[in-house]
Write a protein that binds this ligand. Structure first.
Ligand SMILES: Nc1ncnc2c1ncn2[C@@H]1O[C@H](COP(=O)(O)OP(=O)(O)O)[C@@H](O)[C@H]1O
Ligand SMILES: [Mg+2]
Length: 302
């Protein structure tokens, strides 16, 4: 197949690994910077150019769109979709996953376990809002934060109120959750490809922190997710419509709870921790989908 990878940087580990795996499996692959893709939108058809040349004929595109380019990147991806290029993660699915409020609502509606979550807009409602959640400790998260930055733990009600006031003053969107203490600073990243957990790792927060993100100094080791954990991870990806997803779970007394579903999960940590060739799993899944979609065309190249 002719494959495009939408990524801002060819040197990123995940991008490099996808390129490598695609070549190993005999596909032609090109990395396109989403910010250099520009498009014509008209009712007679969709066109896209890249650095002065037409982009056409791609069977599939794998989006690796960072949070900072979500809006433009998803428009580029949508243009690919309109040009009938297959993507394991559609622009709509990525937008659903990136918005924590929206994804939590969608997941909870399908009865997927989550830490109880509240959010509100008006400062006059803060006291009642927090009473809907229950007593502290609380976890306060920026709605569009990533990599653990923007996730805070407050042990006292006065601290919760203070942080919420400060965030409101900055016009930040956030949500507040119950703190799942029994997770003990660990979470479980399940890497889902096409309805299967292909790799999993347990991440442990560094001493003195409750956030297990590797970017915050967490450590990872490969583990096998339990059947219940795998089921929750696969369902969460499915509810949001993601073919490729990093589903973060925490282990609670009432079973696995979904913290977030990442639509552009990094490969470095998970491949290292699990020893699984996740890049090849993604490439093989994508190429399998294409073959399903476009059966042999006479004289067609793939
Ligand atoms: N409600 C919670 N209870 C306990 N720990 C939590 C909770 N929410 C988040 N954490 C910890 O903080 C980390 C970062 O939170 P997360 O929601 O994944 O935000 P980010 O998008 O920044 O990674 C998680 O991996 C987990 O270790
Ligand atoms: Mg996270």
């Amino acid at each position: 197949m002719k494959l495009a990878i939408l990524s801002r940087n060819t040197k990123l580990y995940s991008t490099r690994r996808l390129v490598e795996a695609a070549r190993e499996h005999g596909h032609s692959v090109r990395v396109l910077d989403p910010l250099r893709c520009y498009m014509r939108i008209a009712s007679d058809g969709f066109q896209m150019h890249y650095k002065g040349r037409e982009i056409a004929g791609y069977h599939a595109v794998i989006p690796r769109i960072g949070a900072s380019v979500t809006r433009y990147g998803s428009a580029v991806l949508r243009q690919f979709e309109l040009m009938e290029t297959y993507t394991p993660n559609t622009s709509d699915a990525i937008l659903r996953a990136r918005d924590k409020l929206r994804s939590h609502q969608l997941l909870a509606a399908q009865r997927i376990g989550l830490p109880a979550t509240v959010f509100g807009d008006n400062p006059d409602d803060t006291a009642d809002l927090l009473s809907m959640l229950g007593p502290p400790p609380h976890v306060i998260k920026l709605n569009e934060g990533t990599q653990g930055a923007g996730v805070m733990l407050t042990e006292k009600l006065s601290a919760s109120k203070g942080v919420i006031e400060a965030l409101r003053g900055l016009y930040a969107n956030f949500l507040v959750q119950e703190f799942v203490a029994e997770a003990k600073g660990a979470d479980l990243r399940c890497f889902v490809v096409g309805g299967t957990v292909v790799a999993a790792m347990k991440r442990q927060a560094p001493k003195g922190d409750f956030r297990s993100n590797l970017h915050r100094g967490g450590t990872a080791k490969g583990v096998r997710a339990s059947a219940a954990e795998q089921e929750v991870a696969v369902r969460a990806a499915q509810v949001l419509g993601l073919g490729v997803a990093g589903v973060d779970l925490i282990r609670s007394d009432r079973g696995p709870l979904v913290l977030e579903v990442n639509a552009s999960p990094g490969l470095e940590g998970i491949e290292e921790a699990s020893g699984v060739d996740v890049a090849s799993e993604i490439i093989q899944y994508v190429s399998g989908r294409i073959q399903l979609k476009t059966p042999k065309r006479a004289g067609g190249k793939r």
